[in-house]
Design a protein around this ligand. Structure first.
Ligand code: ACO
Length: 318
């Protein structure tokens, strides 16, 4: 039986940094409020003209290099994003053109912060059935482009960045299982209310009922992590690392408590990255792989939750 495994990881953050002190000058907020309610201290923001695919290309090239292959060898691209460069062609195709792997399937998945989890799940299936051998999975966003910088409820949260992994076939299990969910009943709690068929009015901005999102995220993510463990007949003691969506340190701490994991076993980048939506999990993964915390053979639990709502988890033997 063929499995898929992570052959390499990569990430990229735009150079420009926006601190909480910078935000104090833009909206009625304080460094203390942002840190205590979210855990965020600073975030990276794309400069004018820098697009989601620009960020993704850097992350992708690093993941491809780490996997020991060339860009031309990539044979499948699954790209999670909610902030595409264009309506079409999709970001997967734009990235494919830059990498030079002509003719291979390339598409975008638009499931907000769960975009990488969905893309990973799809790519895993293609590798396992033998139709892809070097699958590039991306999560990349320029959320700053649809952040209302006059709304203190959301401006302090969102940021830009990109993360990527390359999946390859393996005799031993790498991605053990993925678990995806969505429930459109919650569509009005977190959304961007403009789009092609609705029209781009009023404004291209994120609208969020933060408190309700928070409570439902904790519940649904809790169920998703339990589901991943149960599907593999494992208990939480088997986990080496939790690699969670980086939306809010309090949601991350709630997940750690549910799993009885000390925070030393949880990869936390939210203080540096803010909420980069689909990029957040692969960014956190790459940080911890490159600084040597996550090692080959260790068991990782990945999870993310986003607008829709959409959410998912994955159990991965790195
Ligand atoms: N600075 C100062 N005060 C603020 C700010 C701010 N930036 N934002 C809100 N406040 C005020 C509110 O007006 C409110 O004041 P009031 O009591 O006088 O009315 C008070 O702070 C408390 O507001 P709450 O919304 O209850 O604060 P809460 O503790 O819930 O924290 C937060 C808000 C950080 C948004 C939290 O609810 C959260 O993180 N929710 C989850 C958000 C999330 O994860 N979103 C992403 C999902 S993924 C995706 O797809 C993008």
């Amino acid at each position: 039986m063929i499995h898929s495994r992570i052959a390499g990881t990569g990430s990229y953050l735009p150079e420009k940094i926006l601190t909480n002190a910078d935000l104090e000058k833009m909206v009625d907020t304080s460094d203390e409020w942002i840190r205590s309610r979210t855990g965020i201290e600073r975030r990276h923001i794309a400069v004018d003209g820098q697009t989601t695919v620009d960020l993704a290309e850097q992350a992708a090239r690093r993941a491809i290099e780490a996997a020991g292959i060339t860009p031309a060898e990539v044979d499948f691209i699954a790209f999670g994003t909610t902030t595409p460069d264009l309506v079409f062609p999709n970001c997967g195709v734009l990235l494919q053109q830059r990498l030079g792997c002509r003719g291979v399937p390339a598409f975008s998945v638009e499931t907000a912060c769960a975009g990488f989890m969905y893309a990973l799940s799809i790519a895993d299936k293609y590798v396992r059935c033998g139709e892809a051998k070097r699958a590039l999975v991306i999560g990349a966003e320029t959320l700053s482009r649809m952040t209302d910088w006059s709304d203190r409820g959301t401006a302090v949260l969102f940021a830009d960045g990109a993360g990527a992994v390359v999946l390859e076939p393996s005799a031993a299990p790498g991605v053990l299982s993925t678990h995806l969910h969505a429930d459109g009943v919650y569509k009005d709690l977190l959304y961007c209310g403009s789009g092609v068929s609705r029209g781009f009015e009023p404004k291209l901005v994120i609208t969020m009922s933060g408190n309700e999102v928070f409570k439902i995220a904790v519940t649904k993510l809790g169920q998703a992590v339990d589901e991943a463990l149960a599907a593999n007949g494992l208990t939480k003691e088997a986990l080496d690392w939790l690699v969670p969506h980086q939306a809010n340190i309090r949601i991350i701490q709630a997940m750690a408590r549910r799993l009885d994991m000390p925070m030393e076993k949880v990869i936390v980048t939210v203080q540096e990255h803010g909420n980069t939506s689909a990029a957040s999990v692969p960014l956190a993964l790459d940080v911890a792989v490159r600084d040597g915390r996550i090692k080959r053979g260790e068991l990782l639990l990945l999870e993310a939750f986003g607008g829709g709502f959409t959410w998912g988890s994955a159990l991965v033997r790195y």
